[in-house]
Write a protein that binds this ligand. Structure first.
Ligand SMILES: Cc1ncc(COP(=O)(O)O)c(C=O)c1O
Length: 363
């Protein structure tokens, strides 16, 4: 059997605007080759930095354009996290963010969540910062409500909590009204904002950015110059060409159409196939749904059987600090697989849940 991988949080190949990017890359090199093929500013390609600054109503020196947004988050952690630093994260949260915090010796503490996102009453302050993905979260697909965004923005503005807002998915919205970012609500005070072109243009370009106070951006630049001298400027110039040609909006609409079909296929298949007792999030955008199995189901054991039966997912525990939860849950990514594959994968998952569990080894 061909395995249906609900593990891959990457766009389906048809989401990538290959021809438009080929044209933008050529135009960028022809126009600006002598600059972008050399070493250049560590904070990124000037015109893109200016475009970002204008988009967020800040000055270009508040913007750091990086090789993908994860690199920006990694630099940020290097500056903000020391051994023993307390960092608040959502429970569950993006697994790579957990690893980055751990690599610097920081201690991630998971804040509980419900369908409205993280619970602000569960924040245990003080902490060096809160890392949050408020919109169409990876891994849960959940979105932080407006009221809770306001509360976080208030804490940030009062100087009680530094919020790191990671926002790669907000434009990938299938329905409902867009919500303001925490960054917007706090008018930038006490919030570092991270964005990525991976989900709305192409991840292989590796272009993302951070918006932060000037002083923090300078510290990140100092670290970046020691690490990579200059980010890859050709992809940044390509993205700039893409947005200058006003291709972003139509591309987002196209990608949203392609992925909405997949989200719909996933939710319909789960509804039709899964036995009673399982429950899952109903994302209005993004790549993922979060599945809670019925009481007593061990996601790791189920995954081991799934690997034999041709369906895989990421076990929920990978998205929590070690031992802090997720044992009975899974992240299902629907962004890469086709609607037909989603239906087959969901049916296989349902069959696994109905099968009696492998009997324990007698002692
Ligand atoms: C929440 C979150 N942050 C950051 C990233 C990394 O994105 P980039 O490709 O911009 O490095 C991802 C990618 O999946 C993500 O899900």
């Amino acid at each position: 059997v061909d395995t249906i991988a609900f593990t891959r949080g990457v766009p389906a190949p048809e989401c990538l605007p290959v021809e438009a990017l080929a044209d933008c890359a050529r135009a960028a090199v022809e126009r600006d080759g002598a600059t972008i093929l050399n070493y250049g500013p560590v904070a990124g390609y000037g015109p893109l930095r200016e475009w970002v600054a204008e988009r967020h109503g800040v000055t270009p020196d508040q913007v750091l354009v990086t090789n993908g947004s994860l690199q920006g988050l990694s630099l940020l952690a290097a500056v903000l996290v020391d051994p023993g630093t307390r960092v608040l994260v959502e429970g569950p949260t993006y697994d790579r963010a957990l690893h980055i915090v751990a690599r610097h010796g920081g201690e991630p503490h998971a804040v509980s969540m419900d369908d409205d996102g993280l619970d602000p009453d569960a924040l245990e302050l003080p902490a060096a910062f809160l890392y949050t993905i408020p919109t169409f979260q990876n891994p849960s697909g959940r979105t932080l409500s407006l009221e809770r965004r306001r509360r976080l923005a208030e804490l940030a503005r009062e100087g009680r909590l530094l919020v790191v807002e990671d926002d790669p998915y907000s434009l990938v919205r299938y329905e409902g009204e867009p919500l303001p970012s925490i960054y917007q609500l706090a008018e930038g005070e006490g919030v570092v904002y991270s964005f990525s072109f991976s989900k709305i243009v192409a991840p292989g370009l590796r272009v993302g950015y951070l918006v932060a106070p000037v002083e923090l951006v300078s510290r990140l630049e100092a670290l970046a110059v020691q690490t990579y001298l200059t980010p890859a400027l050709l992809p940044q110039a390509t993205v700039h060409e893409f947005v200058s040609r006003e291709l972003l909006e139509s591309n987002v609409a196209r990608v949203v159409g392609l992925l909405r079909e997949r989200r719909d296929a996933m939710l319909e298949a789960l509804e039709a196939d899964l036995p009673d007792g399982a429950s899952w999030s109903r994302p209005q955008g993004g790549y993922f749904t979060w599945l809670d199995f019925s009481e007593g189901t061990d996601a790791a054991e189920l995954l081991a059987r799934g690997e034999e039966q041709g369906v895989t997912f990421v076990a929920g525990r990978d998205f929590f600090p070690p031992g802090r939860g997720g044992d009975g849950s899974a992240r299902l990514a629907y962004s890469f697989v086709s609607p037909a594959e989603i239906r087959i994968g969901a049916a296989r998952l349902a069959a696994l849940l109905r099968e009696p569990r492998s009997s324990p080894v007698p002692v």
